[in-house]
Design a protein. Structure first.
Length: 218
């Protein structure tokens, strides 16, 4: 299929970061007094902004967490520095489809995105085209970020293919009027995710970037 632009989520799509980030988040919120395992955090927090995570914990505990986001970012980046790797096949995919305009549209902050891209040596593939939920009023599952990204690329929403790994991200892409692939390539993927992504409206499912490449070839 022919698309005028590709919009990539980041965590679990470009970087294999979801398991690491949610392990760190689980440790931090447990220290605060909200008991959750890494597996539980994957269910609760994937696809959400750090401010959304903070609000979930504040509602559950009744606490006001003034420095939560700064602590979470610091600990997450420390873990990424030691452990972060790109999703298998993403580098070759980006190289092979360099002619298609592309960007990142992620719930993560610019600070986290820039540090992560530098760590996995992919920043040159997205120079000047890294967009964060911090850039818009509402994060995923609202369509604001994807619409903003498409506008910055000069792309018509209906001609864009979004590559996502979360229910909220798929919902946001569909609300923006875009085509969306549910990517199941990260180490965080668990049984049942494909069904949840389909239920959220994913047009296609891909186990890896070879599957995405085959979609573009048809």
């Amino acid at each position: 299929m022919r698309f005028s632009a590709l919009i990539f989520d980041f965590d679990g799509v470009i970087a294999d970061s979801e398991y690491i980030a949610n392990r760190v988040a689980a440790q931090l919120v447990t220290e605060i007094g909200y008991q959750v395992s890494t597996e539980g955090a994957l269910q609760l927090f994937v696809g959400k902004r750090s401010s959304d995570v903070r609000e979930i914990i504040e509602r559950a505990t009744g606490l006001t967490l003034t420095d939560f986001e700064a602590k979470l970012l610091s600990r997450t980046l420390d873990a990424f520095l030691d452990e972060l790797e790109p999703i298998k096949g993403v580098r070759a995919f980006l190289d092979c489809h360099a002619e298609i305009p592309r960007c990142i549209a992620s719930s993560s902050s610019h600070a986290r995105l820039n540090a992560s891209l530098a760590k996995i040596d992919l920043i040159s593939h997205f120079a000047g085209r890294v967009f964060s939920a911090d850039d818009v009023a509402r994060g995923k599952p609202f369509p604001d970020l994807f619409l903003y990204a498409a506008k910055r690329l000069g792309a018509t929403p209906g001609e864009v293919l979004v590559i996502e790994d979360s229910v909220g991200g798929v919902s946001a892409a569909k609300a923006a009027g875009m085509h969306v692939v549910g990517l199941l390539a990260g180490t965080h993927v668990r049984p049942g995710l494909s069904e949840r992504l389909e239920a959220a409206g994913a047009d296609f499912l891909a186990n890896d970037y070879d599957d995405v490449a085959r979609l573009l070839a048809h």
